[in-house]
Design a protein around this ligand. Structure first.
Ligand code: MG
Length: 384
């Protein structure tokens, strides 16, 4: 039985995690739930799973929920509430699925308080991969990837030695504009960008899939998670999203993990690792699928991959800057303030302006994140 603290329980990964918990009542018990503001959903989940440790990071939302708490429940409120809940609640694992930098401190606290860390928030490894992996090594705790690609690679690496890996290959659906010309991409609307061909996800990550920034962030995550230099992290476009990623070994053999597209697969593996348990999830019918296709990504139309490689190679504060500038640009695109290709234009400009701090503290990482947001906003104003 794994006792799991779930941070970001009202989001898309959070809801899928609840589904897995519902399906595996003998193997998994949710013992802590955290949200930013979605307190209605938090209370429903707390009642359903009988959870008594609850965290709400938005102080106003926390204040409002106080009177509605289930009997015996303890509320951890405010920005530090998530971290305190992680530290003070007995659990085996903390699954962090909060968007933004708010997941950083609780992720480190999970490892420091002797719990395994399941990572769904990209920011954790992109911003603080070095610190997180060092902490996990020091405490002899696992960092388990929930993202489908990294989870696939993690599965392929079972029983393998680091030295046997030649490279990892992340698959990318290519998003809705895989075959669009650079001209057509100038005119992309928000509605078009929000239509992902294979995965149904939150807005931010759906836009990131359309620009391939999502894959760029995943390249940096893979670099930290599997301790590989950026040149050993490759991307292949695979529109069907059935092969979730691959590992090429030094003898030339390639292992892949396949399943239908459902986040419950990687979540369940992260939770039950190192075991496998039966699931009610649909099996893969290869004969029915018939064809799986692969193609090289076009870095000219999708500069996010090139920018990610640069950020990952330089390291330090630059990956965080890459991430933060993208967040601001995506928001501006969603608000219909900038055309689609300006997203990577802004990111590149902010990266060029940044003087990278090569071995930053957590504080300096957060400062660089703030700086990148301000600088990206200034770029937006300039062009008005
Ligand atoms: Mg992914």
């Amino acid at each position: 039985m794994k006792r799991v603290i779930l941070l970001g329980s009202s989001g898309s990964i959070g809801e899928s995690t609840c589904k897995v918990a519902r399906a595996l009542p003998e193997q998994m018990k949710i013992v802590g739930l955290g949200v930013a503001k979605s307190t209605d959903r938090l209370l429903e989940q707390a009642r359903e799973f009988g959870v008594s440790a609850l965290a709400v990071s938005d102080p106003q939302a926390a204040e409002k929920v106080k009177s509605a708490l289930p009997k015996g429940a303890k509320l951890f409120s405010g920005g530090e509430g998530l971290t305190r809940m992680v530290e003070e609640t007995e659990a085996d694992m903390v699954l962090v699925a909060i968007v933004g930098t708010a997941g950083l401190a609780p992720a480190l606290a999970a490892l420091q308080s002797g719990k395994d860390l399941a990572v769904a928030s990209k920011e954790i490894l992109v911003l603080a991969g070095s610190a997180v992996m060092a902490e996990a090594k020091k405490r002899k705790k696992q960092v388990l990837p929930v993202d489908s690609e990294h989870n696939a690679i993690f599965q392929c690496l079972q029983g393998a030695h680091e030295k046997e890996v030649r490279k990892v290959i992340l698959t990318a659906s290519g998003g809705p504009f895989r075959q669009s010309s650079a001209d057509a991409m100038q005119k992309v609307t928000v509605a078009q960008a929000l239509k992902h061909p294979t995965w149904s996800m939150g807005k931010k990550i759906t836009i990131d899939s359309a620009t391939m920034f999502n894959k760029g962030l995943e390249m940096i995550e893979a670099h930290w998670l599997f301790g590989l230099p950026m040149r050993q992290v490759e991307v292949v476009v695979h529109p069907q999203s059935i092969v979730h990623s691959l590992v090429e070994f030094i003898d030339g053999s390639v292992l892949a993990q396949l399943s239908v597209t459902d986040m419950c697969f990687p979540i369940q593996y992260a939770v039950t690792y190192p075991q496998r348990w039966p699931s009610g999830l649909p099996p893969l019918d290869l004969a029915k699928l018939g064809t799986l296709t692969f193609e090289a990504p076009d870095e000219k139309r999708f500069p996010a991959l090139r920018l990610a490689r640069e950020a990952g190679e330089k390291g330090g504060t630059l990956p965080g800057v890459f991430n933060a500038a993208n967040e601001v640009a995506v928001e501006a695109f969603l608000a219909e303030r900038i055309p689609f290709p300006r997203i990577w234009g802004i990111v590149e400009e902010v990266m060029q302006k940044h003087s990278t701090h090569t071995s930053p503290s957590l504080n300096e990482i957060v400062q660089a994140d703030d700086w990148a947001r301000m600088t990206a906003k200034a770029e937006l104003e300039k062009r008005k």
